[in-house]
Design a protein around this ligand. Structure first.
Ligand code: ARG
Length: 441
């Protein structure tokens, strides 16, 4: 902050004395040693050399033109032409007062604020948040803080997975296998157990699979009992999410899950068909390549045995159900008409990069005008790996739960704190362990 201000003023003085000097070479840096003051500039020697001037004389002339008395003590020339700057305590105090008043110490708000929707974290309900979610949550939250700091308008949206075929199986599990005590103790673990159990049965038993399908259809057609159970599953999941977001310090402006867009999905499909973008194919509705892009750049084509073949984007299944793609198309349309963003950022791991390439492409064909108004960007990232370079798993091969990871980090920090600072109260030790453990993660 100060050094840029000093640099700007120094450049003005140099250009007054030596109009042909290359001002880009005139720089101010934090002082290498405190005894030289707070900031220094070694640039005048090079300027003098380039212009064949005496460096000390140039420094003297520049100082005579340098208007800096409100920021610094009288500036010293050292050696052949070094300048040393010492801040006035009053200048520092004024800056800190501004900071107390809410303005940032190092950043100036963007000259033309942009408006951005950031889609991040977005876990699926009825499942534990796992170690991978820390990345989407951490990167997304960092982005929203930075954009806000720079004065942009941000809407952070947690697009939770609260709809989909998994609820058929979950409903069968809830109705036939639910252990109420276990649900009371650890609802997510119990829901996960139900899902795994029914999923395994479905593989072996077509009747269970059939029942899961029927439960799902009933949920989708608004059956009161199934809707009630579904809502309860979401509520229990949200409690888990909120606890973890509290620990991570992440906040969302809105949490509009996939189910929020249900009512719009039939209209999205109709509109895509009417626009000639989608068509029926084997009972389903899909978007195929229109062959306007070079095949290599076309997300709806893939190279197989030296030939380009279709990988259409499905937007309605043959059983009438809708796809992840359909929901995401409805979501873009909603975000554009609700917040008119300049950009929408999707902070989601790289395994979904194909999905987002397809999504942005299909949207560009469906709503070309809207597509030009907003920039759609996938902010991807890789997996968290263990020490062996493979995806980070527990000893038994399961994904690592985010809550367990944070707990373990705090426990390990706790041991160190207890050893090093036995003089602190247990509460003080615990608080330090929380901060150090989480900081380490
Ligand atoms: N729920 C999805 C998952 O866990 C991530 C959603 C990302 N956001 C989006 N708009 N598709 O894989």
């Amino acid at each position: 902050m100060f050094h840029l201000e000093i640099e700007t003023r120094l450049r003005a003085a140099v250009s007054a004395v030596a109009p042909s000097a290359d001002l880009a070479t005139v720089q101010v840096r934090p002082a290498a040693e405190a005894r030289f003051g707070d900031f220094q500039s070694n640039s005048l020697m090079a300027v003098a050399k380039a212009l064949r001037l005496n460096p000390r004389q140039l420094a003297t002339d520049v100082l005579a033109r340098l208007d800096i008395a409100d920021l610094c003590e009288p500036v010293e020339i050292a050696g052949p032409g070094f300048l040393n700057f010492r801040l006035l305590p009053g200048a520092l105090a004024r800056l800190l007062e501004q900071a107390l008043g809410g303005s940032h110490l190092f950043f100036r708000p963007a000259a033309s604020p942009r408006s951005v929707v950031i889609d991040f974290s977005s876990p699926n309900v009825a499942k534990p948040m796992h170690v991978g979610h820390i990345r989407s949550t951490g990167i997304g939250d960092a982005l929203q803080r930075i954009w806000r700091l720079l004065g942009h308008r941000v809407v952070s949206d947690n697009h939770i997975g609260d709809w989909g075929t998994q609820f058929g199986k979950l409903l069968v599990g809830w109705k036939t296998l639910l252990d109420r005590d276990a649900l009371g103790r650890d609802p997510i673990a119990e829901m996960e157990r139900l899902y795994k159990e029914v999923n395994a049965r479905c593989d072996a038993d077509p009747a269970t699979l059939d029942r899961a399908r029927r439960e799902l259809v009933q949920l989708q057609s608004g059956d009161a009992e199934n809707l009630g159970i579904w809502k309860e599953m979401i509520r229990l999941s949200q409690v888990q999410f909120d606890t973890l977001y509290g620990r991570l310090g992440a906040r969302f402006d809105v949490t509009l899950g996939e189910s929020f867009y249900n009512a719009e999905l039939p209209g999205v499909v109709e509109s895509l068909v009417a626009a000639g973008v989608a068509r029926e194919s084997e009972g389903a509705v899909a978007v195929f390549s229109d062959h306007t892009l070079p095949p290599k750049e076309d997300p709806l084509l893939v190279s197989k045995d030296g030939e380009w073949v279709d990988i259409p984007a499905l937007i309605r299944k043959s059983d009438g159900g809708f796809n992840y793609m359909t929901t995401d198309l409805a979501t873009i349309a909603y975000r554009l008409r609700t917040w008119s963003p300049d950009e929408i950022l999707y902070v989601v791991d790289d395994r979904q990069s194909g999905h987002f390439r397809g999504l942005f492409h299909v949207f560009s064909r469906w709503r070309p005008d809207d597509f030009r108004k907003a920039q759609l960007r996938h902010i991807g990232f890789g997996k968290i790996l263990g020490e062996d370079g493979k995806p980070f798993k527990t000893r038994s091969g399961d994904t690592v739960k985010l809550a367990d990871l944070l707990d373990e980090a705090e426990e390990r920090a706790q041991k160190v704190v207890a050893e090093k600072r036995p003089d602190l109260t247990p509460d003080e030790q615990k608080e330090i362990a929380r901060i150090v453990g989480f900081g380490a993660v």
